[in-house]
Design a protein around this ligand. Structure first.
Ligand code: COI
Length: 355
């Protein structure tokens, strides 16, 4: 593995108020960078001061969106140490995304080493207020200056980090979700399972409609039948129907969430039946009318476990658990975040302590 060079930032920034972080606004003092050229492969790993890139206006990412990214977090334990949650899963998923987008894959060991060294160098940026963490955003983008449509022969892989609080301003208060029935996010065979920017760009219009109506996020239906529930762009979704915990199956069009996989393992560990099955919006509305829809929540790295309080589909609106967080949602949140922040023992081997 090539040694990572380090150029320290000589003008560190003033850190933001840790009680007012929000999500994704502040960035730490350093970033990791690695270049790719088809002649030499990935080369020149380095940690440098956080700052702008200089790329050509013809850089392919700006025209054809050849780009992938990841999201994971570093957590501050009560003893002051810092730890990562399932970083290998993010590394593997990023390489899956690369394969889908014709981007050369990354060396897993170098990727992990880069994250460790970057977080350790900016360790003072890992906040310690309750529910805060350092969000790690690795991404790769195509830089070859060329506007013909083919895979780029040059890329930059970069990792930036951002101290964050809750993703939704609502915090642990249930979010309101708008079911989109015009636009679709993804279809099987497309790129829905990969973390590529275009998947998110395609959701922005519906997001604006939802916001205008006072809804926080969009719930996507499948692109073919327009009836099966898929995901909420920033998180996977879950429903408690009587005693059955239901989440849509991975079928190529939804993101294979690492928090989703963790919830499945935790729920099974507790003895719940978890059904990864198709759930139509009509079945959900009927379950609500029959009183069997007990709880709903979303799961994601950024969103953690976010209770869902209201769902709007056309002119039909349902309220779940009287708009309050449900007992299972709360229990899952407490257990998952307990492992992530090191408050409880990790029975699954998910934690990687950095110090
Ligand atoms: C994450 O949960 O890390 C995500 O990538 C969701 C969103 C912020 C894009």
């Amino acid at each position: 593995m090539e040694k990572i060079k380090i150029e320290r930032n000589t003008s560190p920034k003033t850190k933001p108020d840790p009680t007012k972080l929000g999500f994704g606004t502040y960035f730490s003092d350093h970033m990791f960078v690695l270049n790719y050229d088809s002649e030499v492969g990935w080369h020149d790993p380095r940690i440098v001061p956080y700052g702008p890139f200089s790329i050509e206006p013809s850089a392919m990412v700006l025209h054809y969106a050849q780009e992938v990214f990841e999201g994971l977090k570093a957590y501050r334990r009560a003893d002051g140490g810092v730890q990562l949650f399932r970083p290998q899963s993010n590394i593997r998923r990023m390489n899956e995304s690369c394969l889908r987008m014709s981007i050369p894959t990354l060396d897993e060991d170098l990727f992990l080493e880069a994250m460790k060294q970057l977080v350790l160098l900016d360790i003072d940026w890992v906040p310690s207020e309750p529910d805060t963490s350092l969000y790690i955003r690795p991404f790769v983008f195509a830089t070859e200056p060329h506007v013909g449509v083919h895979a780029s022969r040059q890329y930059i892989f970069c990792i930036i980090t951002s101290p964050v609080g809750a993703y939704y301003p609502e915090g642990m208060n249930p979010v309101k979700i708008f079911v989109e029935n015009q636009d679709v996010r993804a279809v099987k065979g497309g790129t829905g399972f990969s973390k590529t920017g275009g998947n998110y760009a395609a959701t922005l219009r519906a997001g604006e409609v939802a916001e205008r109506l006072g809804y926080a996020q969009v719930l996507w239906l499948d692109g073919i039948h327009r009836k099966y529930i898929e995901e909420v762009g920033s998180m996977n979704v879950w429903f408690l129907l009587d005693d059955e915990v239901v989440t849509p199956p991975l079928g190529g069009s939804i993101l294979p969430g690492i928090t989703r996989a963790s919830c499945i393992d935790i729920l099974k560990y507790w003895g719940y039946t978890v059904s990864e099955r198709l759930l139509s919006i009509d079945e959900l509305l009927a379950a609500s009318a029959a009183g069997s829809l007990k709880e709903a929540w979303g799961s994601g790295t950024a969103a953690v476990i976010s209770p869902i309080g209201d769902i709007l589909y056309g002119d039909k609106k349902i309220t779940i658990n009287s708009g309050k967080i449900g007992a299972l949602t709360q229990k899952l949140y407490d257990f998952l975040t307990g492992i992530q922040w090191g408050r409880i023992d990790d029975p699954f081997g998910w934690i990687l302590k950095l110090n």
